[in-house]
Ligand binder design. Sequence first.
Ligand SMILES: Cc1cc2nc3c(=O)[nH]c(=O)nc-3n(C[C@H](O)[C@H](O)[C@H](O)COP(=O)(O)OP(=O)(O)OC[C@H]3O[C@@H](n4cnc5c(N)ncnc54)[C@H](O)[C@@H]3O)c2cc1C
Length: 659
Amino acid sequence: MSSTIAAPDSAAAKPDPAALCRFLDGEHHDIKQTVRERLADFGVAPPGEQLPREEYRAQVLEWMLRLAETGQPAMLFPESAGGAGDPGGAISAFEMLGHGDLSLLVKCGVQFGLFGGAVHHLGNEEHHRKYLADVASAKLLGCFAMTESGHGSNVQAVETTASYDGDASEWVIHTPTESARKDYIGNAARDGHMAVVFAQLEVGGDEHGVHALLVPIRDQDGNVLDGVRIEDDGDKLGLQGVDNGRIWFDHVRVPRENLLDRYATVGSDGLYESPIENKDRRFFTTIGTLIQGRVSVSGAALSATKSALAIAVRYAGRRRQFGPPDSSDEALLIDYRVHQRRLLPRLAATYAIHFAQRELVAELHKALTSEDYGDREQRQLEARAAGVKAASTWHATDTIQACREACGGAGYLMVNRFTALKSDTDVFTTFEGDNTILLQLVAKGLLTDFKQRVGDLNALEMVRFYGEQVMDQVVERSLARQVVGAFRDIVPSRDDESYDDERIEDREWQVDLFRWREEHVLGGVARRLRAGLDDDADTFEVFNECQDHVLAAARAHVDRLIVESFARAVEACEDDSLRLVLDKVFDLHALSTIECERGWFFEHGRMTAPRSKAITKAVNRLCAELREHAEVLVDAFAIPDAVLAAPIATGQDRASAGG
Ligand SMILES: Cc1cc2nc3c(=O)[nH]c(=O)nc-3n(C[C@H](O)[C@H](O)[C@H](O)COP(=O)(O)OP(=O)(O)OC[C@H]3O[C@@H](n4cnc5c(N)ncnc54)[C@H](O)[C@@H]3O)c2cc1C
């Protein structure tokens, strides 16, 4: 049955999904392809029905052990510890797990990425030699115990203590209050034998801030060790196959060597030494080293988003409802403009974030494998990781919901995947850094050189410093644009842009609007922070007053990073048939984002009514043009049918598709 609503006749040759897949995958195509096939081979399809919790946990553990046997997790670790020293490849492989059962993904993330990652990045060579091979083979199952019931986002304020007993050369790990119990810890309730515990270090009466230590929690037979108490967190909104739990420590003793001492050691003489003198800086350096987990979650969220889009787009290409009154044929959902509007801009944004993520992984790989990666680059990488993770996980939540609705009642059936996609990815916006907190980190990255200086500044100076840094950023950019002088010079006046419909097609114009918005919001934050300052200022209040504005600056920054990554990727595409469609996907992403933000652009004199209408018209036209390519765009995600699993997307449920 043919479509009854006329779709625009696309003269363009259809791009080859396999070629598009290779282009999307980039240098990690082979490993991604291997993992896709591996998932299908393992039968790692998300359950079509709810398994009892313990059965589900056992199934997820079994999958993880099988995965460990393939050697895939060892890619993450250094060659000296039996790994492949390929973090970029390992993170790309992990990203593919996001198409399958998300409890497996998170269980692997905890075991290899968080537990193994902490040993790798915070430990010394002896720790690597002793533990990493067993972590990679999943012989030693572990936890990453950072969060406490009382403190999640504010890790610096955790209360668990690690006090040094010089006579015994041991650390004493203790939970001093109920709010200090470790909480939500993956692998704790059932399987973990050891935990990396983040605790306030105390040596000879001196407090040195948060450090990480290896603490055994179960014996060989799985019995909880003396002094350790563990409780199951119970049922959760999703991720029921992961055994999250709470841990208490009652004066548990571990040897001196169990301190993961990359940034601070305690020698046999009992003296504490660190190459980083400033306590705050040491803390931020320690935490910064762990961004691998954040980057991994960001990639996994993208994979889940792609699964949702693949299901909804395919369903929309088969499902019919209503149609022209003079026809007996009903129309395909994908031919309705509103349906295109619901799915295609989100598909375009997924492409955009995909390229930002790919650049992020490449940069992280560089940071983790080069000897001379600089402090400044590291700070920028941390801010970028925070921003892309927030964007990717929020985008996942929004898109999965939109896709569920786009599949109507069929989308509500567990067998069609959205139950798991929604409930399992929901928490991605919270763990590995709550998104709102991460955007504040982005803003700090924009506004300050905080890693070197924040610890030396008191609160009032800090607010001033934020202001100065904003101005520095702005001035740096204005210099780059050869507009030297005052900040106001880089902000075009309300009437210096003549209306020109043609320009909205122009890539430079589009990207420049993202840059302009970022600069303008940053400048606005700077002015407000400065205006709020005088010697009597309540600095917390000043900063708090501007917090929404600071977050808006971070969002504008991340939007700009993403659109620039996408522009670079499209520019690098040498295949004409791919380029043609990628150009349209880019335009749709850029213009639909601008359309969403048009209220702001109106407020700031960069949008006129005719231009706003022209943008809406262009978005509609692009939706119509990309309708022809929608299936190819999702086919390029190359998710095997056995893994995608939803009958409405794999052709098994013909009845829902209308026969
Ligand atoms: C399923 C699951 C698995 C997890 N696994 C682990 C694990 O293996 N290991 C581990 O250590 N942790 C784990 N966590 C913990 C997770 O990292 C924390 O939940 C997360 O860091 C947020 O901390 P919180 O829950 O205390 O929220 P809070 O920090 O209390 O935040 C609550 C809300 O307040 C907002 N908020 C907080 N401070 C501010 C501020 N200054 N300005 C504006 N808004 C603010 C936040 O945006 C958020 O919306 C897990 C959590 C879950 C749910």
